[in-house]
Design a protein around this ligand. Structure first.
Ligand code: 4AD
Ligand code: MG
Length: 451
């Protein structure tokens, strides 16, 4: 029997005998009656097990340690007026796996730093227990959103021959120690993907609306709370869609995900509100019913110039790459909510973005949100062969590697757009958890690879 099933059919089980398995969160003993808080993994909240000396093996049961795996048989007692709406009066408790006394999660509150060192047991600590289920729920939200709208899910490769973003942040994949890639496994230089976008574009020119959803790798040596070396990204791509259509989809998707998680993980969200960020539910609810503002980059620069002096970097000029303090100022102070910044200078954006008529900017859109900063990066793609080629020439890019990508513009190319949503950042945004290391099961960051 799963606790989740029990809780959703309380009246059916009231007074009946059930058998459950799970892990002990606490075991409070006294002379005449003792209590075990049991969690079986099926729901966020624990189930109270009550046992008394009348039960055989009482003394042994009082010695069961925190973290142990047990099986309990007992009678269900529904107490709607009580502090616990439900408890089990145990008739038998069997230890399946006793936890040693050095079990690292004891009753006191542990710091995130301590818990990051023990990724094999931290899922059983409340914050992680909640966030890793929300990770699963949010994955389903993403798939449901796109599948309901007819998008085709494409598996783009993890090992690739190109650096899609051209930012030089690739991890090399090799089986040899020297740099002779011709003799290496693939007979050429291979790397872990930084983005599935280039590989998914051919599918958008086939199925019209597609998306990828998978791990992405970046060797950025930036030790921030928002960057991981391995993270998950959702990359939709849509044919016959321009930048404005793109932003409509982003906005719909973010709102859909918020509502889906509130509906499917209410206990977890209530926990975050209680313990992590008291505003998180109100904040995301407000976002779900708002209209996202759209602001050209040039206007954002004007706003930043007006606020000059209040940043760490006050060298504000048209053409600069915005730093996180600037992005946060725009969405937290100027707008007070999510905002799309559009039409960035072409020099600071990737080669594939479509050049605007002004010759200076590209049809890009970044979605900035309070607390997290950049949540989504997207653009309309350069569909004009000559313009794309000129751009790649100017950047000195190796066109041989990307000729196939350019050829798409000759084989029925059309206006198309897409974006990348940082899945881990979306979790941070929903929960209020401040560090990306606390929303990933096994975070990988510079100088950090545990297990
Ligand atoms: O802005 P980015 O680099 O865009 C792309 O990769 C495009 N190819 C997407 C596309 O148009 N198909 O990355 C997209 C998002 C960012 O907005 C951010 O949320 C997340 O991915 N991201 C990271 N998340 C965690 N750790 C990192 N190191 C990240 N780098 C980017
Ligand atoms: Mg970006």
């Amino acid at each position: 029997m799963l606790v989740k099933k029990l809780k959703s059919n309380l009246q059916d089980y009231d007074g009946k005998e059930v058998t459950l398995q799970g892990w002990v969160r606490t075991n409070r003993k006294s002379k005449n009656v003792s209590f075990i808080e049991l969690n079986d993994g099926s729901t966020f909240s624990n189930l109270q097990i009550v046992y008394t000396p009348e039960m055989g093996g009482y003394d042994e049961a009082t010695k069961i340690t925190t973290g142990s795996a047990i099986e309990v048989s007992g009678v269900v007692k529904v107490t709607p007026e009580g502090k616990q709406p439900l408890e089990i009066n145990a008739t038998k408790i069997t230890v399946l796996g006793m936890a040693d006394h050095d079990y690292p999660l004891q009753k006191k509150r542990h710091s995130f730093e301590y818990l990051r060192e023990i990724p094999h047991v931290r899922p059983r600590a409340n914050t992680y227990y909640a966030i890793f289920r929300v990770r699963s729920v949010l994955s389903m939200a993403i798939h449901t959103f796109f599948q309901d709208r007819g998008f085709v899910y494409v598996h783009t490769p993890e090992i690739t021959g190109n650096d899609a973003e051209g930012a030089g942040q690739c991890f090399t994949v090799t089986t040899i120690k020297n740099q002779d890639y011709e003799k290496d496994f693939f007979g050429k230089h291979a790397q872990l993907t930084v983005s599935g976008q280039l590989h998914v574009e051919p599918f958008a020119l086939t199925y019209r609306n597609v998306y990828t959803f998978g791990p992405t790798f970046r060797a950025e040596n930036s030790n921030t709370t928002r960057h991981a070396s391995e993270f998950w990204m959702i990359e939709p791509e849509m044919a016959f869609a321009d930048l404005s259509d793109n932003m409509d989809v982003i906005e719909d998707m973010v709102k859909y995900c918020i509502n889906y998680v509130l509906e499917h993980a209410p206990e977890e969200m209530a926990f975050f509100e209680r313990v992590i960020d008291k505003d998180c539910i109100n904040r995301v609810k407000a976002v779900a019913s708002s209209t996202f503002k759209r602001m050209p980059y040039s206007e954002a620069i004007e706003e930043l110039q007006k606020a000059k002096g209040r940043f760490e970097n006050n060298d504000i000029f048209w053409g600069m790459d915005l730093q996180s303090e600037h992005e946060r100022y725009i969405c937290e102070e100027v707008v007070g909510g999510p905002v799309f910044l559009t039409d960035y200078p072409k020099e600071i954006k990737a080669f594939y973005m479509r050049e605007n008529e002004d010759g200076k900017t590209v049809a890009a859109c970044d979605l900035l949100v309070p607390y997290v900063g950049e949540l989504v990066g997207g653009s309309q793609r350069e569909e004009r062969y000559d313009v794309l080629k000129a751009k790649m020439d100017a950047l000195g890019m190796d066109e041989e590697i990307l000729q196939w990508y350019m050829d798409l513009r000759r084989f029925g190319g059309c206006v198309h757009s897409g974006f990348g949503l940082g899945f881990d950042r979306m979790l941070m945004y929903l929960s209020g958890i401040q560090n990306i290391r606390d929303v990933q099961p096994y975070p990988r960051t510079p100088r950090n690879l545990i297990f």
